[in-house]
Design a protein around this ligand. Structure first.
Ligand code: 13P
Ligand code: SF4
Length: 380
């Protein structure tokens, strides 16, 4: 075994097509065997939305914040990220760089098509145009800080880092807002309007002081007067999975199960979060269920794989868990990481081939790291 080889052309690797024709369950032994051969050289990180067939092999599971901490702390040479593209990019930014003494960490995303529709809603060129629009409307750089949700490209993270801003996740959005407001009067928040609005509202910022900037409209579709008057400028982006949850779903649950607690992810609309009993990152949602007394029941507004897993895990403890909307809220991009992709990436690694390496450009890496480090320094 030689797991320290550099990237090799795809043609020399075990072909993915040979894996994709095989049934899921036949991958289990192969994944376990490859993991054993790779030993401590490889760490497998799994986001809570991953399928059971994949997440069961993870060394660490978590929300985006916890996984970025795990990536930053890991000593492994290879970080296999079972999550989506922006998470793997962040791991590459936070990972150990190449030095003369030792090669840096290599981050692998088992399927390169595992993106995030929300992250795709903000492109760096659009963000630069937005910044120019804001300055053109009379806002001053000294009064404005850009803050981006983890669910964004490394280039956008770097944009924020270079301008004194930072990254946040759903578990530390409020502390990130407080950090930013201690340094500036206004925030440009990218790319999730719902997380931004929910956070601003929870801090007591009135709705009329939060405006939505639409990158597809001239001037963001907001008058210069309104931009100047705003405290929070929200990018017009959203998560297509969480935006499916509606206030009517909460009403329906309340009518049918009056004793049930409704808990939701802050990527849900403000109208839904307002009606919920609590909101939080995936890690917090899990904790709320785990810490509740026996016999508690929850309707959860988040991705279906996590909800189903919680339902199964806590049924023996007498806890009833249902999804807030049973028409199925599946993150199709998280779902792209299949056992076949995982087995393919691991077996290639055993052969010394790094496939699907995620590598952020060095110039982008510097400022993205500044923005991510600022996030890791504030409390979650
Ligand atoms: P968490 O950080 O809460 O896990 O959320 C990540 C995400 O993409 C939710 O849609
Ligand atoms: Fe992106 Fe939404 Fe999927 Fe999270 S659930 S990874 S925000 S598309």
């Amino acid at each position: 075994m030689n797991v320290l080889e550099e990237v090799v052309p795809q043609a020399e690797t075990c072909s993915l097509e040979n894996y994709l024709v095989l049934p899921d369950h036949t991958m289990d032994d192969r994944i376990a065997a490859a993991r054993e051969k790779l030993g401590a050289s490889t760490v497998l990180l799994g986001h809570h939305y991953q399928r059971d067939e994949v997440i069961r092999f993870a060394d660490f599971t978590g929300d985006s914040y916890k996984l970025s901490q795990a990536a930053a702390a890991s000593e492994a040479d290879y970080i296999l990220f079972c999550g989506v593209h922006f998470m793997a990019e962040s791991a590459d930014v936070l990972g150990r760089p190449d030095t003369a003494e030792r090669p840096g960490q290599r981050v692998i995303l088992p399927d390169l098509n595992a993106g995030c529709s929300m992250a795709d809603m903000a492109e760096i060129g659009q963000v630069e145009d937005c910044w120019e629009t804001l300055l053109g409307a009379g806002l001053k750089e000294s009064e404005l800080l850009p803050l981006t949700y983890m669910n964004s490209t490394a280039a956008i993270k770097a944009f924020c880092g270079e301008r004194g801003g930072l990254v946040c996740t759903s578990s530390n959005a409020r502390t990130a807002f407080e950090w930013a407001f201690a340094r500036a009067e206004k925030i440009l928040f990218l790319p999730d309007q719902h997380l931004g609005r929910n956070t601003g509202w929870a801090m007591g910022i009135p709705m009329q002081e939060m405006v939505v900037y639409d990158p597809w409209q001239i001037g963001g579709g907001v008058s210069p007067e309104r931009l100047r008057a705003a405290k929070v400028i929200l990018w017009k982006g959203h998560c297509s999975v969480h935006q499916r949850f509606l206030p009517e779903h909460v009403d329906k649950v309340r009518a049918k199960y009056p004793e049930m607690q409704v808990i939701v992810h802050p990527e849900c609309r403000w109208e839904v979060c307002r009606k919920a009993d609590a909101m939080g990152s995936t890690e917090r949602l899990i904790r709320l269920v785990a810490d509740a007394p026996e016999g508690s029941s929850f309707a959860i507004g988040t991705e279906i794989h996590l909800v189903n897993r919680l339902a199964r895990e806590f049924a023996p403890k007498g806890k009833k868990i249902i999804t807030l909307d049973d028409t199925g809220c599946l993150c199709t991009t998280m779902y792209r990481i299949s056992p076949q992709h995982l087995a393919w990436a691991l077996e290639n690694l055993v052969e010394g081939h790094v496939v699907n390496r995620i590598q952020v450009r060095d110039d982008v890496k510097h400022w993205a790291r500044v923005a991510l480090d600022r996030m890791l320094e504030i409390p979650a």
